[in-house]
Design a protein around this ligand. Structure first.
Ligand code: SF4
Length: 245
């Protein structure tokens, strides 16, 4: 019998989590508590629906033609998918047997031997770096930054293709020095293919309220076009390929 995982939800034709058209699996459970999280309903592992790798593979195979013609594949995100690394490993082994491109979207907070194995079957990592200042990172996420730096260093060592994701939140992650330092750090890597600068939005705010959590960013506004351009310019100065949505 194939391994079971706790799944939050599935999007069969996603277009924002990696290249092409993707079968996106939102895994349940996350050790971070980002103040701007738009999926707080993924936080508690126990809240997910039990699904086996084989059940998911049956679904995934139905979309193979979409993936093939668009250069897409499968993305696991969350939550923090590496909280269920054994499950992701088996899923990705089966995807690779089918010739399907695999992407993982992670905060890089967790690391162990199983995660190393997952990376052997991962074609692309979307690494979310929430901030590049230790104190501010802890304030935003509730956990330390260093594991994510170590994770990125490991991805560099194994030359794994990486897209960095950075959410630009006014007053939280828009400090120019922090963005500059992140750019400096990333410019040393040959495996960073792009930086996705994602302007903060409040689409998940209602979920916080529904769950009875206090949403601290109620008064935070979305960044202006000018603010986004300014942040992009800092990153570009370091010869990094930066895109926004
Ligand atoms: S890592 Fe992602 S899912 Fe977890 S709290 Fe942060 S934004 Fe939410």
């Amino acid at each position: 019998m194939s391994i079971m995982g706790k799944i939050h939800s599935i999007e069969t034709c996603g277009t924002v989590d990696g290249p092409g058209i993707r079968f996106v699996i939102f895994m349940q459970g996350c050790p971070l508590r980002c103040k701007y999280c738009h999926n707080p309903d993924t936080w508690k592992l126990a809240d997910g629906e039990n699904k086996s790798v084989d059940e998911l593979m049956t679904e995934i195979k139905k979309y193979k033609s979409y993936m093939n013609f668009s250069g897409g594949g499968v993305t696991v995100t969350g939550g923090e998918p590496l909280l269920q690394a054994e499950f992701v490993k088996e899923l990705f082994i089966k995807c690779k047997k089918e010739g399907i491109h695999t992407t993982i979207d992670t905060s890089g907070y967790l690391f162990n031997n199983t995660i190393k194995e997952v990376l052997n079957y991962t074609d692309l990592v979307l690494l979310d770096i929430k901030c590049f200042d230790r104190t501010q990172y802890k304030y935003i996420t509730g956990v330390p930054l260093d594991p994510t730096i170590s994770f990125m260093n490991y991805l560099g060592d194994i030359d794994k293709p990486v897209w960095i994701r950075y959410v630009l939140v006014p007053g939280l992650s828009d400090n120019e020095t922090h963005i500059e330092n992140l750019s400096l750090f990333l410019s040393d890597f040959n495996n960073v293919e792009r930086i996705e600068l994602l302007p903060f939005h409040k689409m998940g705010e209602f979920k916080w309220k529904e769950l009875g959590y206090t949403y601290e960013l109620e008064d935070t506004i979305e960044p202006s076009k000018e603010e986004v351009i300014k942040a992009m310019a800092i990153i570009k100065m370091h010869n990094l390929n930066v895109v926004t949505n």
